[in-house]
Design a protein around this ligand. Structure first.
Ligand code: ATP
Ligand code: MG
Length: 350
């Protein structure tokens, strides 16, 4: 016991000695810096350390002759410096219906965590098929991802069943605002709550939906089949929210709605993204609307992506203006390829 204590004391003394040595080294380093300063008048040390978690720490040290020292530590978000890990990553997927109908070819896209990304494209381009490939709903239509991969939060989901994908946090709002017509608005919302664990959580979800969609609170006891189209759209988005999603796949929410209602719904969608940090993959034929809410968009045609860029660039692209923004001959619905032959990005080869 006594000997053990002796060793402990020796160990502590050694540690103290080691710390003193380190301190001495540090002092020497500072002395060296001061010497350098007097020699060169002005020095500037800048070092960049990249830590594995992809947060960059930038340490700047400036010293001037009048012995003033400024240390500036900048911790910048990963997004500002390097590409953030996307919440959804679709890589070179090919989709077939009934084993023979090739609906998607080499489609790749990404949704950043907490971001909104839009998919634009005319009828039959493959927008809904892309969403269904992600949510797993494709399988209900005898469709299948026959090549490529889909990852959600780093996990492969392209072979998973829809229910498991939903449990992971991906909820699709399918096109055509399909409410359960004979149920009330509130009952429709409750249908979306089956992934919630207990009554308290269901109540909280309901309150959250009513907070974002006050109109639904007013209509809570009305039959969903009898409310307006806009209210039905709100109901299906609300139903998706009840599942507490991380990523919502929204298929043409503006379809057939009056401009004022569209405005209201899109405002709420933007708020949900900002305040609840829900990532959104939005399919829209109304490009103007989509580019207003999504900072990045993909343009699809004939089952392929023909273009992708920031909303600002797409908005100013003459061909997008021509074909999608209704600034000229849109009525003719000419093919995007007629507007300009884009060099296809052969992602499926890379
Ligand atoms: N269940 C299905 N079985 C067979 N083919 C299908 C099925 N669903 C879609 N397709 C085909 O896949 C292609 C892409 O259709 P999709 O519904 O994804 O297009 P979209 O871009 O969503 O069009 P829209 O704007 O009309 O909704 C089309 O050629 C379509 O005919
Ligand atoms: Mg569609």
């Amino acid at each position: 016991m006594g000997r053990g204590m002796d060793w402990l004391v020796i160990l502590i003394l050694l540690l103290i000695l080691l710390s003193l040595l380190l301190l001495l080294l540090l002092l020497l380093l500072i002395l060296l810096l001061i010497l350098c300063r007097t020699n060169m008048g002005k020095i500037r040390i800048e070092s960049k350390i990249k830590i594995k978690s992809k947060i960059k720490i930038k340490i700047k040290s400036k010293s001037k002759i009048k012995s003033e020292m400024k240390i500036e530590i900048k911790i910048m978000g990963d997004a500002a410096l390097s590409k953030q890990e996307p919440i959804l990553k679709i890589s070179n997927i090919e989709v077939r219906y009934h084993e023979v109908i090739l609906a998607l070819k080499g489609v790749s896209m990404e949704v950043p965590d907490g971001g909104i990304v839009a998919i634009l494209g005319a009828n039959g381009a493959g927008k809904s098929t892309t969403l269904k490939a992600v949510s797993g709903l494709l399988k209900h239509e005898d469709g299948e991802v026959t090549d490529g991969s889909i990852e959600f939060m780093g996990e492969r989901i392209d072979r998973m069943v829809a229910e498991k994908i939903a449990k992971m946090g991906i909820i699709q709002v399918i096109e055509g605002r399909r409410v359960f017509e004979h149920l009330t608005v509130e009952q429709n919302l409750k249908v979306g709550a089956h992934l919630r664990k207990n009554r308290k959580s269901v109540r909280e979800g309901m309150e959250m939906v009513y907070h974002y969609f006050p109109r639904l609170r007013e209509k809570r006891n009305e039959t969903a089949g009898l409310i307006s189209g806009g209210e039905q759209q709100m109901t299906v988005v609300g139903r998706a929210l009840m599942a507490d999603p991380k990523l919502i796949l929204l298929d043409e929410p503006s379809m057939g709605l009056a401009p004022l209602l569209i405005h209201e719904i899109f405002n709420i969608i933007t708020r949900l993204n900002k305040e609840k940090k829900i990532s959104i993959l939005l399919v829209e034929q109304n490009a103007k609307l989509a580019l207003n809410v999504a900072p990045y968009a993909y343009v699809m045609e004939n089952g392929r992506i023909v273009m992708d860029d920031t909303a600002d660039k797409l908005r100013n692209n003459p061909d997008i203006k021509d074909f999608y923004l209704g600034l000229s001959d849109v009525g003719g619905r000419k093919s995007f390829r007629d507007v300009k032959h884009y060099k296809r990005r052969k992602r499926w080869l890379t």
